[in-house]
Design a protein around this ligand. Structure first.
Ligand code: ADP
Length: 242
């Protein structure tokens, strides 16, 4: 069973008398364990599609199965529940709670388990992201790359079916971007995590296994690619600066 199955998704926004067709019949299947990149110019419908995939908004027409569950027919509470349990989010601006430690940021959204189990799991996720000695730091005491790694640890906290990453490297310099991409690729390769990355940078998209192009609310191209290894891009960068 695919993790994500979209069929003929449309989304129409109404502003006064005017209608904007943000999505015009999008069909997309993402299999378990895939790493997919989505690209498209501004206004092509990327955010609208991410909001639907993220169970934050509903399509106007069409069907969306998430792990086989028909999401479009769920009520608000059920939708919020499925969002917490099945999806992990990583955003361009990290979206961490500013007054909470890295550990608390990872622990707070955890759905299952009590105090100690939660803490252990959050610690493990932070260690996995190389942040063992940063767990008590607040976001303002961390670099951009470290904050994004906390956000990835948070996204992993509920063992999601899929991680949705919306321009995850948009605020980061090149070296840090490759480091974050290398982490995504590691999670994907070692743990079989399904990842969908929205980006406008072809270099970033080139690290996925499949590239989906969106334009004017439609998918206009889909291709399988041999993913570029972010760890190699990092090595090349280091070599070039020596
Ligand atoms: P992208 O993320 O690729 O820039 P969007 O999904 O934000 O594209 O937008 C797709 C189209 O839908 C655009 O024409 C945009 O103006 C319109 N749109 C997006 N959100 C809304 C909204 N809440 N109300 C009205 N129109 C919207």
């Amino acid at each position: 069973m695919p993790v994500i199955e979209l069929k003929d998704i449309t989304k129409t926004y109404k502003i006064g008398q005017q209608q904007v067709q943000a999505l015009r019949g999008v069909s997309l299947t993402i299999e378990r364990g895939e790493m997919v990149a989505m690209m498209g110019p501004s206004g092509s419908g990327k955010s609208t599609l991410m909001n639907i995939l993220g169970c934050l908004d509903r399509p106007s027409t069409g069907t969306f199965l998430l792990d086989g569950v028909p999401v479009q027919s769920l009520g608000d509470d059920a939708l919020a529940g499925i969002r917490n349990r099945k999806l992990g989010f990583v955003f361009q601006s990290y979206n961490l709670l500013p007054r909470a430690s890295a550990l608390a940021n990872v622990e707070l959204p955890m759905v299952y388990g009590g105090g100690k189990r939660k803490r252990d799991k959050a610690m493990k996720a932070l260690e996995r992201m190389g942040l063992k000695d940063r767990v008590s730091h607040r976001p303002s005491e961390l670099s951009g790359g470290e904050q994004q790694r906390v956000a990835i640890a948070r996204a992993l906290a509920n063992d999601p079916s899929v991680i949705l990453a919306d321009e995850p490297t948009g605020n980061l310099d090149s070296k840090t971007s490759w480091e974050i991409l290398a982490l995504f690729q590691e999670l994907h390769r070692q743990e079989g995590i399904t990842i969908l990355i929205v980006t406008h940078e072809i270099d970033i998209a080139a690290c996925a296994q499949r590239l989906v192009r969106l334009r004017d609310g439609k998918i206009v191209g889909e291709e399988r690619i041999a993913p570029r290894l972010a760890s190699e891009a990092l090595l090349q960068m280091r070599g070039a600066s020596q």
